[in-house]
Write a protein that binds this ligand. Structure first.
Ligand SMILES: N[C@@H](CCC(=O)N[C@@H](CS)C(=O)NCC(=O)O)C(=O)O
Length: 389
C-alpha cells in the first residue's frame, strides 16, 4: 500500500476541465503525488450545486477532500495536500532552490497567463471552433455535438472579451506578448535539453505553476500548440511529462544548485513581472490605508502602467498577485544572513536582488477563498510558510 492509499477510503474529488488553465496545474500535481482522486467535469450543474454554494463564486479548480472540506485556489490546494502526502515534496527544502521554485510559480501563474490568453483568443482561425466546442462540452456534456459550440459561445465571450483590458494586452501589445513568449519558449527549451524539470528530475512547485498556462492553452489549443511543438519540442515533451508524470519520481539537483540555464528565465521574470509585482505591493498598502475597515480586497484595485519588450500599456492591479509574491519574498527575507550571501550573487546577476528586498506594506492572507489584509495585531497568517518548510 502506498502512502497515498493508506487509510484513505474515499477519493479526493477534483472539479475542473481540460480547457481550464489552473485545472492543468492541479491535475498534474494530483497525479505526480499519486493522490487518489476522481475528476469531475465542471458542468453548469456542478457550478450550481457544488461550486457556487461551497466557494461562493464560479471558479475552478475545486478539490473536495474525503472529509468533505472544499479547497479552492491551486496554491491553497497544494499547500493543504503537501502535509497529507509528504512523500516527494514539491517544495525544495534548500534555500536557493526553494526561492527559485516559489518565484517561478508566481511567474507561471500570474505572468504566463498573458500569452496563454493571447494565443487562445488571437488565433481564432485555428482555435475558435475547438474552444467553443470544448466550452460547450464542459458546461453541458450531454448536449448533442452540433449544439456544443453555441453553448460555449457565452463563456467564450466572457473570457475572450475581458482579458485584454485586464492584462493590458490589447492590439498595440500583441507583438510584445509574442516576442516575450517566444523568447521564453527558447529559454525553457534550452533548459530542458539539460534537465527534465526546472530543478532536476523532480517537478517542483515552479513546474506546477508553469504547466497551467503551458498545458490547456499553449499546448492543447491548436494554434499555439503547433507553435510550441515546432519551436520548442522539449517544452512540448515536458508538458507531456507533467501531465503523465512518474508518480513521486525524481530528485532535486544536489547541493542546492540553481542550473545556469534557469538564469535567463529568472532574469526575464525580474525584468518583465518584477516592476508590476513591486507596484502591486505599493498599491495594496495604499488601498488598505484608504479602506481601514475593509475585511477583504476586491479582485482589482485600479490600474497601473507596465512595459513589455519596450512597449508600454496599462493593466489592472491584482491584489492576489501580492499574496503569491509574498511567498518567495518572505522565504528570502527570513533567511539567515549567511544563506542570503550565498544566494545574492545569482539574484544580482539576474536583476532580482532589489526586488526581493521589497518591504510588504500590508501583508495579505488567503482565508475563506478571499484575499484579506492582515492588519498589525490581527494575527498574521499571511506569513505562513508553505507546509514543506
Ligand atoms: N488563482 C486561482 C485562479 C483560478 C482561475 O482563475 N480559474 C479560472 C478557470 S482556469 C476560472 O474559473 N475563472 C473564473 C473567474 O475567475 O471568475 C487558482 O490558482 O485557482
Amino acid at each position: 500500500m502506498t502512502q497515498a492509499t493508506a487509510g484513505v477510503k474515499k477519493p479526493y474529488l477534483f472539479y475542473g476541465a481540460e480547457v481550464s488553465l489552473y485545472s492543468g496545474k492541479t491535475r498534474a500535481y494530483l497525479r505526480y503525488k499519486n493522490i487518489p482522486f476522481e475528476e469531475r467535469l465542471s458542468t453548469l450543474e456542478v457550478y450550481r450545486r457544488i461550486i457556487v454554494p461551497n466557494i461562493g463564486r464560479r471558479i475552478i479548480p475545486v478539490v473536495c477532500t474525503p472529509e468533505g472540506e472544499y479547497l479552492q485556489d491551486t496554491t491553497a490546494i497544494i499547500d493543504a495536500l503537501e502535509p497529507r502526502f509528504p512523500q516527494a515534496p514539491v517544495y525544495p527544502d534548500t534555500p536557493a532552490q526553494r526561492l527559485a521554485a516559489l518565484l517561478l510559480e508566481v511567474f507561471g501563474d500570474e505572468w504566463l497567463v498573458m500569452p496563454a490568453m493571447h494565443y487562445r483568443w488571437q488565433r481564432k482561425r485555428q482555435n475558435l471552433r475547438f474552444i467553443l466546442r470544448e466550452f460547450g462540452g464542459m458546461l453541458r456534456p450531454q448536449a448533442p455535438n452540433w449544439l456544443k459550440p453555441a453553448i460555449g459561445a457565452l463563456p467564450a465571450c466572457v473570457f475572450g472579451g475581458i482579458y485584454q483590458k485586464y492584462f493590458g494586452i490589447g492590439r498595440p501589445m500583441h507583438a510584445a506578448v509574442e516576442r516575450a513568449y517566444e523568447g521564453f519558449l527558447d529559454e525553457f527549451n534550452t533548459h530542458l535539453e539539460h534537465h527534465p524539470f526546472l530543478l532536476g528530475s523532480r517537478p517542483s512547485i515552479g513546474d506546477f505553476g508553469f504547466v497551467g498556462p503551458l498545458y490547456a492553452h499553449l499546448y492543447r489549443d491548436p494554434g499555439p500548440g503547433k507553435l510550441m511543438r515546432e519551436r520548442a519540442p522539449n517544452v512540448a515533451r515536458w508538458v507531456e511529462r507533467m501531465q503523465h508524470p512518474e508518480p513521486l519520481g525524481g530528485e532535486f539537483l544536489a547541493g542546492d544548485q540553481i542550473p545556469a540555464t534557469l538564469l535567463p528565465i529568472l532574469a526575464r521574470m525580474f525584468r518583465e513581472q518584477g516592476p508590476v509585482l513591486r507596484d502591486t505591493v505599493r498599491a495594496v498598502a495604499q488601498w488598505c490605508a484608504d479602506h481601514p475597515d475593509a475585511e477583504q480586497l476586491p479582485r482589482v484595485i485600479g490600474s497601473h502602467p507596465f512595459q513589455l519588450e519596450g512597449s508600454r500599456s496599462i493593466r489592472t492591479i491584482q491584489p492576489y498577485a501580492q499574496w503569491m509574491f509574498q511567498r518567495p519574498l518572505q522565504h528570502y527575507q527570513q533567511l539567515p544572513a549567511a544563506e542570503r550571501e550565498r544566494i545574492d550573487p545569482w539574484l544580482r546577476q539576474t536583476g532580482g536582488l532589489e526586488l526581493l528586498d521589497t518591504p510588504i506594506g500590508t501583508p495579505l492572507a488567503f482565508v475563506g477563498y478571499r484575499i484579506r489584509p492582515v492588519r498589525s495585531g490581527a494575527g498574521d497568517t499571511a506569513g505562513r510558510e508553505s507546509p514543506a518548510a
